[in-house]
Design a protein. Sequence first.
Length: 415
Amino acid sequence: MAGAGPAGICAAVAAARQGAHVALIERYGVVGGNLTAGYVGPILGSVCENTIRDEVCDLLGVRDNDWIGEHGNAHDFEAAKLTLAEFIARERNIEVFLQCCVSDVIREGNEVKGIKCASNEGPLCFEAPVTIDCTGDAIVAFLAGADVEKGRSDGLMQPVTLEYTIDGVDESRGIICIGDVDDVQLDGERFLDWCKKRADEGKLPQLLAAVRLHPSVRPGCRQVNTTQVNGVDITSAASIFAADLELRRQINLLTQFLRENVPGYENCRVIGSGTTTGVRESRRVMGDYVIDADEMAEGCRFPDVVVHKALFIVDIHNPEGAGQAEPSIQYCKPYDLPYRCFLPRGLEGLFVAGRCISGTHRAHASYRVMSICMAMGEAVGIAAALSASMKCTPRALDVRLVQERLEALGIALFD
Ligand SMILES: Cc1cc2nc3c(=O)[nH]c(=O)nc-3n(C[C@H](O)[C@H](O)[C@H](O)COP(=O)(O)OP(=O)(O)OC[C@H]3O[C@@H](n4cnc5c(N)ncnc54)[C@H](O)[C@@H]3O)c2cc1C
C-alpha cells in the first residue's frame, strides 16, 4: 500500500479489518497526506452514510457529511496527525513505514508483485499479492507502465497552491469565504467581486484575486486557500522548488493585503503552512472505465458501484488564470463510482484509489475531495483483502463480494 493520505489510510484500515496484512508506505514523516501535511481543509464532498469517512470525521471532530461543509467541516491539522496515527495503530495487521519513498515496482509481465522504496536503511522491497496506489500522483501505476493522462486536452493542470493558517482575525467582523459557491458580502457586494476590484486597483495580483478564507476549528483563525502558481507539473522534479518559493512569497503578500484591506483581518499573522506544495491535479490512471463529469452531473449509477452517492461540484481552479476555469459552476447529482475506475487498464495485481483514479480532467475536479477519497480507499481496501485471500486478481474478483462486505458494514450501495 503506497501513500498514507485520506485514501491510503482508509484503504489500509479497511483491508486490515478484513484480515489482510498491510504494509503502509509513506514518503513523509507523518500520516494524513493533504489532510495534515498539506494543511488542506475543510473536509469537503459527501458520500452515502456509514462509510469509513464518517468514522474518520467523527474522530477528527468534523460535524457534517455535507458536500460543501458550510462551516462545520474544519479539522485541526495538528490533532489529526495523532488521531490518524492512532486510527491506524489500532489495527494490529498494519505495519507502517514512514519516510519511505516508492522508487520502483516489482513486476512480472503485466502483473505488479509489489513495490520498492528508498529508505534510510537503503532500498526496501515489499512483495504483495495485491498493491494499492494511493499516492495521489499515481507513482506506482506510472512505474508499472500504466496508461496515464495529465490535465485537460492541452495538458494544462489545475494550479498548485500552498495553504496556510492565520490567527488574529476578529470573529465579530472577519468574514469566511469558502470559494466561488459562496455569496458572502463585503461592503454590500459579493466578496469575491470585491476582491477582483481590489486586484483591478493594483492592490492584489490578478492571479490571487479569488481570496478563499476557510473556517478553522480555532476561533480567530482562518485557513487561506488562495496562493497559486499555474503551469506546474508536479511530476517534473525540477519544477517543484521554484513553485514552492513563489507560493511562500505569495503568502506574505496576501497576508499584507488582508491586514490592510479586509475588515477584521487588521491583526492577522501567519502561524503555519503546508509542508508541501498542494497538488490538486497530476496523473490520472486510465482504468477499465473512465468516468466523465457529464454522467456525474446526471447522478450516474453502475451495477459495479463501490462508492455510492458521492457529491461535489466540478471544481476546476483555472489552469491559466485566477478563480474558476469555467464561466459557471457545474453542479452534480449524487453519483456512483464503479469498481472498474480503480483497475488500471492492462495491469494485474494493482488498484488505484484517491485522486488518481480513472476519470476525465473534469470528473477528477469533483471526486478529488477528501470525503470521496476516503470512501474510495475503504472500498478498494476491502476489495484488495478479498482478492488476496481468495488468491484471485482484482480484475477477476466478483465485485458482488465487495458490495456484500460494504453492505454488511451498513453502507447502502443501491437506491
Ligand atoms: C490546495 C488544495 C486545496 C484543496 N482543498 C480541499 C478542500 O478544501 N477540501 C477537500 O476535501 N479537498 C481539498 N483538496 C483536495 C484533496 O486534498 C486531495 O485531492 C485529497 O487529499 C486526495 O487524497 P489522496 O489520499 O488521494 O492523496 P493525498 O492526500 O495527496 O495523499 C497521498 C499520500 O501519498 C504519499 N506519497 C506520494 N508519493 C509517494 C511516494 N513516492 N512514496 C510514498 N508515499 C508517497 C504522499 O506523501 C501523501 O501522504 C485540495 C487540494 C489542494 C491541493
